[in-house]
Design a protein around this ligand. Structure first.
Ligand SMILES: O=C(O)CCC(=O)C(=O)O
Ligand SMILES: [Fe+2]
Length: 305
């Protein structure tokens, strides 16, 4: 099936509240948007990307030191399921101590450490701002995302001539609330599923970030925010780098529909779950590809009885 290029809605972060309706539409119908005027200088994006490229060159045994802190949060070597994909994970990138520990384990130079710290400090401010704007646009004003843990994932796709047309990362939803992605400006491949169930290619636009919403957003908003399915395909014979920051779930781990989004016309759709349990649920079954939200669905007949 041919995959068309989608023009992802562009949200100008310096133009609020004027952009509010567009943000509501993008986050409830598509589950993804592009942000501009985000305050991260182009030089910092480029420096971070260069540091990330270098990080993948360290010896395999050093990479393995990046162990899981929570299920699936550490280094992922190429696997049978995703043979072209390799990633480092950093839990919690919102904590400067965790960023330092990650760099120390991987024997990063002091320059690399400095870039990592600066980048994630800035990205954390940005992710909190975007999450707050999403909440406010749905009418929930004053909700704080300040202390939500955020995981970073640094991805490399070993794309070559022979792999064109194959999968870089399988279809999935993100498990957390919201993801900010720095795409590879020169190598595309990200595809989002639209409302008709077709994949649409997302162009890589240098200097911007792609934001997508995950399963926690769907539960938290009682079904309003859309957890978009996406994947990465190999389109060109060139290694691809991407840098993701995932805002996961509240600090106490309790993920539940907010009272603001529950009323007689919108009954509670999801059971409360602890985020780490939900992550294990996704990893322990085949649910990663399709999401595991249906396992949390409230039985409406039972609720009404
Ligand atoms: O590399 C990308 O563009 C997307 C990566 C992704 O979907 C993820 O890390 O969850
Ligand atoms: Fe993803």
């Amino acid at each position: 099936m041919a995959v068309e290029a989608i023009s992802v809605p562009v949200i100008d972060l310096s133009n609020f509240p004027a952009e509010r309706d567009k943000l509501v539409w993008a986050s409830t119908e598509l589950g993804c948007f592009r942000v501009v005027n985000h305050g991260i200088p182009p030089a910092m994006l480029a420096e971070m990307k260069a540091v990330v490229r270098a990080l993948f060159e360290i010896p395999a045994e050093v990479k393995q030191r990046n162990a899981d802190i929570i299920a699936g949060s550490g280094y992922m070597a190429p696997s049978l399921q995703n043979p072209l994909y390799e990633a480092f994970g950093l839990y919690d990138a919102a904590s400067s101590a965790d960023v330092r520990a990650f760099c120390n384990l991987l024997e990063a130079s002091s320059y690399h450490k400095e870039i990592f710290s600066l980048y994630f400090t800035k990205l954390h401010v940005l992710i909190v701002d975007i999450a707050s704007k999403v909440a406010e646009s749905l009418g929930l004003v004053g909700y704080s995302f300040d202390d939500w843990p955020c995981q970073a994932r640094i991805n490399r796709y070993n794309f070559t001539e022979e792999t064109i047309g194959s999968s870089g990362v399988q279809i999935h939803t993100d498990s957390g609330f919201l993801t900010i992605l720095q795409e590879d400006g020169s190598v595309g491949g990200l595809e989002m599923m639209d409302s008709s169930g077709n994949f649409q290619a997302v162009d890589a636009v240098p200097g911007t970030f792609i934001v997508n919403l995950g399963d926690v957003a769907k539960i938290w908003s009682n079904g309003r925010l859309h957890n978009v399915k996406h994947r990465v395909q190999c389109k060109v014979a060139h290694p691809r780098i991407s840098i993701a920051l995932f805002m996961l779930a509240p600090k106490d781990g309790k993920v539940e529909p907010q009272a603001k989004f529950i009323d007689s016309e919108h009954p509670c759709l999801y059971q409360t779950i602890i985020y780490n349990e939900y992550r294990k649920l996704r990893l322990s079954s085949s649910e990663r590809a399709t999401g595991a939200l249906h396992l949390l669905a409230v039985n409406q007949t039972a609720t009404k009885a």
